[in-house]
Each structure stands twice: as structure tokens, then as C-alpha cells.
Design a protein. Structure first.
Lengths: 322, 161
């Protein structure tokens, strides 16, 4: 089962706490459209509590809608450290050899290869004019939701982009001709080979992609069934193909970004065992919030340091439109 | 190189000092008249025929002294170089006659792409090569190594000199 991160709040608690956040900023609205300076001062004196709530809501909002658990193992790192991953070198595979009675041994040796992980720092900052809040034009909960959505879009894009780059059209590990990691053409035959290639490695594959890429074609495939698995329903399962769940990645058209974040011309297939690592280093000490009564501004910023390492492309398959 | 000494217990493996950067598995010679009394080695050059005598040539190997040393790495520069390499002045293991060393065929000279058991080898560019390739640039006499066994993509070579 994918290792989903657990939000510290349930969806109902999230809604309640966002309403509380909005209520805090309601205080700045005075009578007849004027700014309530006492309300501003009260916010200013509570700015640390407000900031912490904003940051927690952002984190929890992102966790609730984050599907990256299907693709990567998430690990936490320290900004002071550099990281490498080691595994036994394939050339060090031990083998059993013939032995004549009385002969001395031909000894073998174990040695290792390693992969490096590079991370980079990102930030997202939003400033809210207190006048916009007083006029009811912007609510803090709206800001929280949009920041969380932006963080999620960034992470999904980063993870899918890393897998897309790492999974090339090389032979998979079945040893059979015609079975590769990346197929051109979303056909019954290609999808079957992709699934079979993963299942041959004792994997439990799941098929991911945009609804518009998969649904129109996959309904005509002979292995398709529209039975959904209940535990995945909230995350967009639209059916199964030869036993593998088909999950449409949640990706609402964004007017602000004038598009989707997930490509509409490819599907991603991942097994139960991950071949990629998403590292997040804790830079939460760089997060900030401030209320400046002089400029009538509430500003909050979130910093993140993260990176993705696809160390085993064989755990994935890609199918593109052509 | 990811080489393995198949007869590790029995092989003649002695301490030497590398006088230049070299790779694990390179064919080397003992330098004449080193000043500190230790055995120093450099890579066997294509015109070092006169120095290719029994006891004076061998294959260089190095055992990693730290628990993080690896054979290959894609780590970023800031993690430092963690691969097992041989630099000038490193203490290395000199493997002499009788040692059986297993290489990846891809790590040998390009001419030696399809070795056969018992095949006589030359040395070109301090790597084991076919006699034909070593004749044009390298050492074919005396014979330093012979193919001992072939196992898939690996080739075991015995130092016979």
C-alpha cells in the first residue's frame, strides 16, 4: 500500500480552522467600510499565532490532496547534510561455481555503487492588503487554499517530470524482446506489455494520468473494467485494467496558470515498490509571517528545500500518445 | 575498475607505493632505484619491454580504507569523491605472478572483446589486450597474462610472468 502522509487535521477540521482564520481577519472591518484599527492591532499582537495557523493549514491542505505517495518514497533531510544512496553494484553479483575435490577456492568480492541527491530551495510568498480583507475581496482561507494548491502543483510537476526524464525506451528486466520502459502509443497491446513487465517483477502496478488522455481510449480496451476499489475512490480511481487500478490524477484547470500541470499526452505506471526518493529538508525556520499596520499588509511566506532522485527507473513505465 | 582477485588467499599481494595516478587492474612495473627503500610502481608503458621480467611486473589493486568507498558514484561534487581511486603516493597492493584477477570484459582493452580461455595476452596502454593489438602498440613478449576463465561478461586473467 502506498505510504500516504497523514494530515494533522481532518477535512472537517480544516474547514473549521479556515473559518476561524477568516474570522480573525473579520475584526479589521470597521463600520461603514472603515478600517477597524483596534482590529488591526489585535491581529498584529496575534501575528505569531496567525502565522502558525496559516502555515499549518497550508501544509495540511497540501497533504490531503497530495498523490506523490504513489510514485516516491518521502524522506526528511537536514539542510546541513549532503546525501547519497548506496546499493550493491550489479557487477558484484555472486555466483555458484563448480569445484573439483581438493581445489582451493576462487573467491568473489562485494562492492557498492551510489547515487547522489541534489536539492534546491523554493519559496511561495503572498501579501494580503488589509483593505482587501476589510472589503471582503480576499479572505485568508482563500490565500491558504491557493498557496496549498500551488505547492501541490509544483510537487506533482517536479515528481512526474523527474520520472518522465528517467524512464526512457530501454529494455526492461523481463529479458524479452519488445518489453521496454517507455512505449509510444496508448494502445491495449502497449499497456498490457507495460503491466506485464511490472507484474513479472512481482510488482502491483497502478496506472496514472489525466482523465482526458486515458478514459476515452481505455474504455475500448479488452482488459478494462469500471469496477473501482473503495479505498482509492477519493483519489480518482475510474476503473481497472487487467487488475491494475486506473487513477486519474486530480488536476483542475487553473485560470490563474492558464492550464493544467499534468501533461495530457502520457500515462505513468508505478508499482508498489518505489524507485524514486523525494527528499525534503527542513527549512521551516525560514517561514515567516508579518502584519504591518503602517502599510496595512499581512504577508506570509513558505520556504521549501527538496529534490527527487529516480534511482530505479525499472519500477516505472511510461506510455506517451505517440 | 570493478576487479576481483579470485585467489585472494593465495595470491602474492605485497605493499607498494603508486608513483602516479592509475586505475585498479592496471598492469604496472616496479620503478628502478626508488629513493626510500620501498617498492614503487608505475603503469607499464608500451615500450617497457626490457622491464617486463618476472617479479618486476604485476597488477595493481587497492583495498578501500573507509566504509563509504564505492566503485561508481553519481553523487554531487559537494559530497566529495567517494570512489576507490589510486592517486600518486597511495599505498597499493601489487599482485604478482600466480594471481588470478577477474575483470569486466568492457574494462579491458577494446581489442579484447571476446576472450577465450587459454588465450595469450599482450599489454597495451597498461591494460591487457590481444597480441595483435599489442604488437602495433604495446608489449607481447614476454607473455604477462593469459585468460584463465570466462564467465558471461567477466574474464579472469592469470598473471603468468
Amino acid at each position: 500500500m502506498p505510504n500516504f502522509k497523514v494530515a494533522s487535521r481532518t477535512p472537517d477540521e480544516l474547514s473549521a480552522h479556515k473559518a476561524e482564520l477568516d474570522a480573525m481577519f473579520e475584526k479589521v472591518k470597521g463600520t461603514k467600510g472603515r478600517l477597524n484599527t483596534a482590529g488591526v492591532k489585535e491581529i498584529e499582537s496575534s501575528r505569531y499565532e496567525i502565522a502558525e495557523l496559516v502555515i499549518q493549514l497550508i501544509s495540511d491542505q497540501a497533504t490531503v490532496s497530495d498523490p506523490s505517495a504513489f510514485f516516491v518514497d518521502s524522506v526528511q533531510g537536514d539542510i546541513r547534510d549532503s546525501y547519497v544512496w548506496q546499493e550493491l553494484h550489479p557487477d558484484a553479483a555472486l555466483r555458484v561455481v563448480n569445484r573439483a575435490l581438493g581445489s582451493k577456492p576462487l573467491a568473489q568480492r562485494l562492492f557498492f555503487k551510489e547515487f547522489g541527491m541534489s536539492t534546491s530551495q523554493k519559496e511561495i510568498a503572498v501579501a494580503i492588503p488589509l483593505e482587501d480583507v476589510a472589503a471582503g475581496r480576499i479572505t485568508p482561507s482563500l490565500v491558504v487554499e491557493r498557496m496549498a494548491a500551488a505547492i501541490n502543483r509544483h510537487r506533482v510537476s517536479m515528481i512526474l517530470g523527474a520520472i518522465d526524464s528517467a524512464v526512457t525506451a530501454v529494455a526492461d528486466q523481463t529479458g524479452l524482446s519488445g518489453y521496454v520502459l517507455r512505449y509510444a502509443g496508448f494502445t491495449d497491446a502497449n499497456l498490457t506489455k507495460a503491466i506485464d513487465g511490472l507484474q513479472d517483477n512481482s510488482e502491483t502496478p497502478t496506472i496514472f494520468g489525466r482523465h482526458i488522455f486515458m478514459a476515452p481510449l481505455i474504455r475500448a480496451f479488452s482488459g478494462y473494467s469500471d469496477e473501482t476499489k473503495r479505498e482509492f475512490e477519493t483519489r480518482g480511481v475510474i476503473g481497472t485494467f487487467r487488475g491494475a487500478p486506473i487513477v486519474t490524477l486530480t488536476d483542475e484547470y487553473s485560470r490563474a496558470d492558464a492550464g493544467h500541470v499534468i501533461p495530457n499526452d502520457r500515462a505513468y505506471i508505478a508499482g508498489g515498490k518505489k524507485g524514486a526518493i523525494h527528499m525534503q529538508k527542513d527549512v521551516s525556520f525560514l517561514n515567516y509571517s508579518l502584519v504591518d499596520a503602517r502599510t496595512a499588509t499581512f504577508e506570509t511566506g513558505l520556504r521549501m528545500e527538496e529534490g527527487v532522485l529516480v534511482w530505479k527507473p525499472y519500477a516505472y513505465r511510461m506510455i506517451t500518445a505517440s | 575498475m570493478a576487479i576481483t582477485v579470485l585467489n585472494w588467499y593465495d595470491a602474492d599481494r605485497r605493499t607498494a607505493v603508486a608513483d602516479e595516478a592509475m586505475a585498479l587492474g592496471d598492469v604496472v612495473k616496479v620503478v628502478v632505484a626508488a629513493s626510500d627503500g620501498q617498492r614503487h610502481v608505475t603503469k607499464l608503458g608500451d615500450t617497457d619491454d626490457a622491464l617486463a621480467v618476472a617479479g618486476n611486473v604485476g597488477v595493481v589493486f587497492k583495498v578501500a580504507g573507509t566504509d563509504d568507498s564505492v566503485q561508481s558514484s553519481t553523487a554531487s561534487a559537494k559530497t566529495g569523491d567517494r570512489t576507490v581511486t589510486i592517486a600518486a603516493n597511495d599505498l597499493v597492493v601489487l599482485l604478482r605472478g600466480g594471481a588470478i584477477i577477474e575483470y569486466n570484459i568492457s574494462e579491458l582493452d577494446a581489442s579484447l572483446s571476446a576472450p577465450t580461455v587459454g588465450q595469450t595476452l599482450g599489454v597495451s596502454g597498461s591494460k591487457f589486450a590481444t597480441v595483435a593489438a599489442a604488437t602495433s602498440a604495446g608489449i607481447v613478449s614476454p607473455v604477462i597474462g593469459r585468460v584463465y576463465a570466462v564467465n558471461g561478461t567477466k574474464c579472469a586473467i592469470e598473471i603468468v610472468l
